[in-house]
Ligand binder design. Structure first.
Ligand code: ADP
Ligand code: MG
Length: 251
């Protein structure tokens, strides 16, 4: 595994003491986390532990009750200019793809490029075709998402996010809706991205990916970070009982 650029400088993502309630329920409890440039961070933890909420606070899909978030120095607050700036720089890939079914694959990848990046139709199509090549499905450009397999749809979703040339990619359980035979084709694309130095935060329990690509694994439980460290350390020598119990269930 290559060394990421963690030495010095401002972190790409800075999360400082954020909490988030849904009604009386505390989904995040004073969570602090830094993601360095080029770092690949995996977030693991039981269902309901706050993983998605944490990820969604990074691009203002959820708004923390307290604490601060910044992406590449831009505060993620209620200032619309800040929110738009951060959303343009942060790509997100969801469990359920979230593609537009009535648009072709190519147009799915072109839409935000034209609307947000103000690229011409021709230029955005050039970028889209290049990215479809990169994710291994150049022949699917003219189809509609429902005609594609789950693995292909997820690769379109990744290409769509990459078309914005994001500084950061967030993945929320990108393979958990996929049939087993399609998981590898998506993980391989993510592995390529990691090797190219993309800053990534990945919520996933794919241990192979964690061992091959992650610089750091963060274990969450009940809205808090219980422990974090290098994958081989967290997986082979977890320090906390809750981490041991969780790992014994998934490994
Ligand atoms: P995870 O991704 O680790 O499974 P989530 O971040 O999705 O966990 O959710 C953490 C907790 O917050 C869960 O108990 C969930 O039910 C609750 N929660 C998440 N989003 C909402 C919401 N919009 N409204 C109410 N409760 C929510
Ligand atoms: Mg989740």
């Amino acid at each position: 595994m290559s060394e990421h650029a963690s030495a010095g400088g401002q972190p790409m993502i800075e999360i400082a003491g954020i909490s988030k309630h849904f009604g009386q329920f505390r989904a995040l409890n004073n969570v602090s986390l830094q993601v360095q440039r080029g770092e690949v961070m995996m977030i693991i933890g039981p269902s309901g532990s706050g993983k998605s909420t944490l990820l969604r606070c990074i691009n203002h899909l959820e708004v923390p009750d307290s604490g601060r978030v910044a992406v590449d120095g831009t505060p993620v607050d209620n200032n619309e200019r800040h929110i738009n700036a951060v959303r343009a720089e942060v790509g997100m890939v969801f469990q359920r793809f979230e593609l537009f079914p009535h648009l072709t694959v190519l147009d799915n990848i072109c839409l935000a490029q034209q609307k947000v990046r103000k690229r011409s139709r021709q230029e955005s199509q050039r970028v889209a075709r290049e990215l479809l090549e990169k994710v291994g499905i150049p022949e699917q450009a003219a189809k509609h998402p429902p005609q594609l397999s789950g693995g292909q749809q997820q690769r379109v979703a990744i290409a769509r996010a990459l078309a914005m040339q994001p500084k950061v990619m967030l993945f929320d359980e990108p393979t958990s809706a996929l049939d087993p035979e399609m998981i590898k084709e998506v993980l391989d694309v993510m592995l390529d991205l990691a090797r190219e130095g993309m800053t990534m935060v990945v919520v996933s329990h794919e241990m192979g990916f964690a061992r091959n690509a992650a610089h750091k694994v963060v274990f969450m439980d009940q809205g808090t970070i219980v422990e974090q460290g290098a994958p081989d350390v967290v997986f082979t020598n977890p320090q906390h009982e809750r981490t041991k119990l969780f790992l014994s269930r998934i490994l």
